[in-house]
Design a protein around this ligand. Structure first.
Ligand code: GDP
Ligand code: MG
Length: 374
């Protein structure tokens, strides 16, 4: 149950700690100033001093909200800045999702960076005419559904890859359903245009069934014909993403306290828990107290997808972060909070709630097993 130390209770009541200790002694309890009191004891003790103790339930929402409200108070429309779109590539197996992600990334690596090490952190950003686009390269469908199941919206735009020599397949349908359910606009990339048996119009035809009608067929869905293999038309695809993003007018407040999403998480032998965070609001900095799932800590280091150390990451930027106490799940929310104590409180409260749910489930199971035996 909830506890409070003698010192803390005395402070809140505005009395001397030694007076509380004296009163406890009178009641037959010998304690020191840092002794934890349960709610009952604290209530009885306080009533002796004509105080009433209220057991305020732990309210995570308020704690996290309070974190951002502080920024929001000062926020004005001017603080909303255009942010890069976050893009997920989806489509049927073997239609070229991985190839397209690799091709876009390689094509975008400038001469100076060519020798640089690219780091797989689950997301990367590219630049076209000074404008950035963030690509999530976590295994498409699962990550997308897992994150959505947690109520997290990560993606602004879905690139639906359809192989020109294969057409609409079961996972193409699935991808369309996911995108539609999430209310995320779709841009169609007809891939493998280099193949002699490419029939892009068959793809166009197949997609009309789902209301995805290309602009040259009188609809409003953007189609781009590409070849991931030959790197054909990739800039055109990026241009169309930026165009779509402009229409969506994507904005975020970089001055707010940070809210983001865990894109990937793992345990590194040397560095401990390592997570990739996609920042959605605010600007993450070294030293920020953070909480993700049931884990907490402070940002110890940040690196980008090119393996470079960074000391700040704003909206839509993916960074690999160390400093958490444990490994959260992909799709978990990530918050920067007031101080490390708040981070710890939120994380521990979540862990406790999880244990309670776990316990409730196991006791239910054993009860069912018991009945099954009867
Ligand atoms: P994923 O399962 O959707 O990630 O598909 P992959 O990227 O792994 O590609 C599946 C296969 O298609 C691989 O053998 C690729 O080399 C090939 N492939 C991908 N894109 C192209 C393309 O544009 N043209 C051709 N000819 N082959 C491609
Ligand atoms: Mg793949």
């Amino acid at each position: 149950s909830d506890v409070i130390t003698v010192a803390e209770l005395a402070k809140r009541m505005g009395v001397k700690g030694k007076d509380l200790i004296k009163e406890l002694m009178r009641q037959g309890t010998m304690v020191t100033i840092n002794h934890p009191l349960d709610f009952e004891t604290a209530a009885i003790l306080a009533s002796e001093f004509n105080y009433e103790v209220e057991n305020v339930a732990f309210d995570e929402e308020t704690l996290l909200e309070h974190s951002s409200v502080k920024g929001a108070e000062e926020a004005s429309a001017d603080d909303l800045k255009t942010r890069p779109p976050v893009v997920t590539i989806m489509g049927h197996v073997d239609h070229g999702k991985t190839s397209l992600l690799d091709a876009i990334r390689t094509a975008n690596v400038t001469a100076g960076e060519a020798g640089g090490i690219t780091q797989h952190i689950g997301a990367y950003d590219v630049e076209l005419d000074g404008k950035k686009i963030t690509f999530l390269d976590t295994p498409g469908h699962e990550a997308f559904t897992a994150m959505r199941a947690r109520g997290a919206k990560v993606t602004d735009i879905v690139i639906l890859v359809v192989a020109a020599d294969d057409g609409v397949m079961p996972q193409t349908r699935e991808a369309i359903n996911h995108a539609k359910a999430a209310g995320v606009p779709i841009i169609v990339a007809i891939n493998k245009m280099d193949k002699p048996n490419a029939t892009p119009d068959k793809v166009r035809q197949g997609l009309t069934e789902f209301g995805l009608v290309s602009e040259d067929w009188g609809g409003d869905t953007i189609f781009v014909e590409v070849s991931a293999k030959l790197h054909t038309n990739l800039d055109r695809l990026l241009e169309m993403i930026l165009l779509q993003a402009e229409v969506m007018d994507l904005k975020a407040n970089p001055t707010k306290r940070v809210r983001g999403i865990i894109v990937e998480a793992r345990l590194d032998k040397g560095r401990g828990p390592v997570v990739t965070v996609l920042v959605q609001e605010g600007t993450l900095k070294i030293g920020d107290p953070i909480v993700a799932g049931t884990h907490y800590g402070r940002v110890r280091s940040m690196i980008n997808d090119r393996g470079e150390r960074v000391d700040a990451a704003g909206p839509s930027f993916p960074v690999e972060v160390t400093g958490l106490s444990g490994v959260p799940d992909a799709g978990d929310m990530f918050h920067a909070v007031e101080d490390e104590k708040t981070a710890k409180d939120v994380a521990q409260h979540r862990a406790q709630k999880l244990r309670e749910t776990e316990l409730a489930r196991t006791s239910k199971v054993s009860l069912e097993q018991l009945f099954a035996r009867i």
